[in-house]
Design a protein around this ligand. Structure first.
Ligand SMILES: Cc1cc2nc3c(=O)[nH]c(=O)nc-3n(C[C@H](O)[C@H](O)[C@H](O)COP(=O)(O)OP(=O)(O)OC[C@H]3O[C@@H](n4cnc5c(N)ncnc54)[C@H](O)[C@@H]3O)c2cc1C
Ligand SMILES: C[S@@+](CC[C@H](N)C(=O)[O-])C[C@H]1O[C@@H](n2cnc3c(N)ncnc32)[C@H](O)[C@@H]1O
Length: 688
């Protein structure tokens, strides 16, 4: 068995606690905040000297403001900013707090440290509840108060982490991602932690700053002052907090001189810079926040909600007379994602989307909740064949100490959890379970900014003067500056998306009445297929998997396949019914060849092919042209068999792209989902 030692492992913080119960880093020998009064220090250094009370009171409705911080630590700065935001900013505006932490606190240390601030308890409790499990480096996007507060916790070295926020590492396009409004330069004192205050960090600070950006830091050390000057900030020394004589506040002063593209061409040779195909050279902000979404399944409804919470007015156009009638129409779907010992895009996306989805659904499936969407009964993935058992072994190194997310359980333990005798060991996801996607969609669109127009089959899309005209097959039409195609496999019917290599995969689930079995189930069990605990007297099991099969009616042979899988992997689940007598449901999954979803702006294919033609001969040609994309036309499809896990994060990504915010994942991962990737891949393989 090949082993994959985790490559992006991280170290958690190692703390000592002083006599007053304050945390200290035992590695750096420094405090997390002022011993005198950490909260007042935060207010003085970071809030006051970035002029946040005045700036936030002057913000426009539905606008957003981004803070970037070095060193999340105990989250005190974040909570203090959150509290001030609630007191000063318009209710419809959003705070984006992006922070990079190399040595995160574990949850119990975080809880202990935050207990020092009773006045922040109502916010701290929300942070603690959603505080993630860390599996190596990566991005964690957490939403609070219906997205009014967004935390992007990047686990990485500060310079590394911020470099993943840049739109590109190509010098010509690095500054395209400049969205930080205020910097909180925290981190242990430069004398104790000089590695963090590196030239690379200050380069990132420069490239992520824009004319109005300010910065504040507790330190007035030369390395900090010089670094900020180098990053084009005008610095000012002011009185520090408590007994600290000085601190530094700063203002970004200069847009660096535009660079000359000719200097980066590397004609005919191997360019050291990435090809900037993923950069949308014409991207503009939308003055009118109005969007149409084609398709009312999980992808369309999640996209609508993510935009609506940002103040957008959204209309879903759905061809059926109800939501969730196609891929998202099963009564029970399992929340799961396949874990991998690798660190490549598929593995990183699966993990990030699962963690985001678990947080997203957390408040929705409590039994007391009127919006109850399913049951958080836990999901078991059995090691039902040798390759699966080998995979589980390989996962053990990467997912050690992550029980809150996934536990490795013996067959005996699995049997206890599921309430049925099982012969295999497995992975148990205690926070997962099953969801009724139809109820979920109904919940998602229940927002004052979302309308749904039913029986509207979109037949044509055309762009007229920066507005999209969306025509129905019955002479109806709608217009909006932004359109999102969320029509799964049928996206291919639009000429703007017909280049996508979409695959449609038929699937059939089988419904087993509770009366035809003596078995009960306490958790979802996945093996070759899956089965969920009974809902309203019926078990739902499936699903078959057939490419190039367009039959919409259920087939007895497919019920037999589902029952056969059940019999093989869960023999204790005996069913006393004939396949001929069972009911079920057929639907179609939408998938792309690399099994990643397709999310983002749709490219202008002919222009892309023309501009990037040199890739046919050299995949790292020195091209300096950015990509060309339709203005205002986006897509969110390709969720395969994992729509419940994938759609929340994809909707968040798309909404962030449309609303011109920091995205919730590293640039490279967003590029791996970019709809233009297939054209670029074809060019590099000389297939276009
Ligand atoms: C049998 C089966 C079992 C599955 N089990 C699971 C599971 O257990 N867990 C899980 O996470 N995932 C599961 N999936 C996958 C999951 O259901 C999908 O990933 C998810 O439903 C995709 O959502 P979507 O919104 O992209 O597509 P859909 O739900 O298919 O939504 C597309 C919508 O667009 C509408 N539409 C299309 N064209 C037009 C047009 N021209 N005009 C207007 N409207 C249009 C359609 O009517 C439809 O409502 C399963 C899928 C199948 C088929
Ligand atoms: C003074 S504490 C920050 C306090 C924090 N802002 C708060 O509100 O609690 C400094 C933090 O910087 C983190 N840190 C140290 N070196 C780092 C690096 N190279 N990259 C990112 N974070 C780093 C430490 O782990 C620590 O959490």
């Amino acid at each position: 068995m090949k082993s994959f030692p985790p490559t992006n492992t991280i170290e958690l913080a190692s703390l000592d606690w002083d006599a007053d119960g304050q945390p200290l880093s035992s590695v750096f020998g420094d405090v997390y905040f002022s011993k005198a009064n950490g909260l007042e220090e935060t207010r003085h250094v970071f809030l006051k000297h970035n002029q946040l009370p005045e700036r936030w009171a002057a913000l426009a409705e539905t606008s957003h403001f981004a803070i970037a911080e070095t060193g999340f630590g105990s989250g005190l700065n974040f909570l203090a900013a959150w509290q001030l935001w609630l007191q000063t900013a318009p209710e419809s505006a959003q705070l984006h707090f992006v922070t990079v932490e190399k040595f995160p606190l574990n949850k119990s240390d975080l809880t202990r440290a935050l207990a020092l601030w009773p006045e922040l308890k109502y916010l701290a409790d929300q942070l603690i509840e959603t505080y993630p499990v860390f599996v190596g480096t990566g991005f964690h996007r957490l939403n609070f108060m219906n997205g009014r507060i967004k935390l992007t916790l990047i686990i990485d070295d500060a310079a590394q982490g911020f470099s993943k926020l840049l739109a590109s590492t190509h010098p010509l396009y690095m500054r395209n991602g400049a969205k930080v409004d205020a910097w909180f330069l925290d981190g242990f004192a430069p004398s104790k932690n000089p590695q963090m205050w590196s030239d690379d960090l200050f380069s990132c600070i420069r490239n992520l700053s824009k004319p109005e950006t300010t910065a504040a830091t507790f330190s007035a050390a030369a390395i900090v002052k010089n670094g900020l000057k180098h990053a084009c900030f005008a610095i000012q020394k002011v009185a520090g907090f408590g007994r600290k004589r000085e601190m530094v506040k700063a203002q970004f002063t200069a847009e660096p001189e535009p660079l000359n593209p000719d200097d980066y061409c590397y004609r005919g040779s191997f360019s050291p810079y990435p090809v900037p195909w993923a950069i949308d050279g014409n991207k503009t902000q939308y003055s009118e926040k109005r969007a149409l979404i084609i398709g009312g399944g999980l992808a369309g409804c999640h996209s609508a909600r993510a935009l609506a919470e940002r103040g957008w007015h959204v209309k879903i156009l759905e061809r059926h007379s109800a939501l969730a009638q196609e891929g998202s129409g099963n009564p029970q779907g399992v929340l799961y994602a396949k874990l991998s010992p690798l660190d490549e895009a598929q593995a990183a996306f699966n993990l990030a989307s699962l963690q985001y989805a678990l947080n997203f659904y957390r408040p929705l499936w409590g039994s007391a909740n009127k919006n109850k969407i399913g049951d958080q009964c836990g999901t078991l993935q059995l090691a039902y064949k040798h390759s699966e058992a080998d995979l589980h072994e390989l996962l053990k190194a990467k997912f050690a100490h992550t029980d809150q997310l996934v536990e490795f359980v013996s067959a005996e333990m699995a049997s206890q959890l599921a309430g049925i005798s099982l012969a295999q060991s497995g992975l148990f996801f205690p926070q997962a379970g099953w969801i009724d996607p139809r109820k979920l969609c109904a919940y998602l669109v229940d927002h004052p900014n979302i309308q749904v127009e039913y029986d509207f089959q979109v037949s044509q899309l055309s762009c007229i003067e920066n507005n999209w005209l969306v025509k129905s097959d019955k002479d109806g039409s709608q217009t909006a500056p932004v359109v999102i195609i969320a029509s799964a496999k049928d996206a291919i019917s639009f000429e703007q998306a017909n280049h996508l290599p979409i695959k449609s995969i038929r699937g059939q689930v089988t419904f087993i009445p509770e009366s035809s079995t003596r078995a009960t189930l306490k958790t979802v069990v996945c093996a070759e297929g899956y089965i969920s605990p009974a809902q309203e007297g019926v078990f739902c099991t499936g699903a078959t998997f057939n490419l190039k099969d367009t039959e919409t009616a259920t087939r007895i042979s497919d019920h037999q396949t589902n029952l056969g899988n059940l019999h093989e992997h869960l023999p204790a689940f005996e069913v006393d019914a004939r396949a001929e007598d069972l009911e079920g449901r057929v639907a179609f999954r939408c998938s792309l060849p690399d099994y990643l979803p397709c999310v983002g702006g749709l490219p202008l294919v002919d222009r892309l092919v023309e501009d990037f033609a040199p890739l046919r001969k050299n995949a790292r040609a020195g091209i300096t042209t950015s990509g060309s994309y339709w203005r205002g036309l986006y897509i969110n499809i390709g969720h395969g068999a994992r729509g419940l896990a994938y759609t929340p994060l994809c909707a968040e990504l798309l909404a962030a792209q449309i609303n011109d915010e920091h995205i919730p994942m590293p640039r490279e991962l967003a590029n791996a989902l970019n709809p233009a990737r297939f054209v670029i891949r074809d060019l590099t393989r000389n297939k276009r």
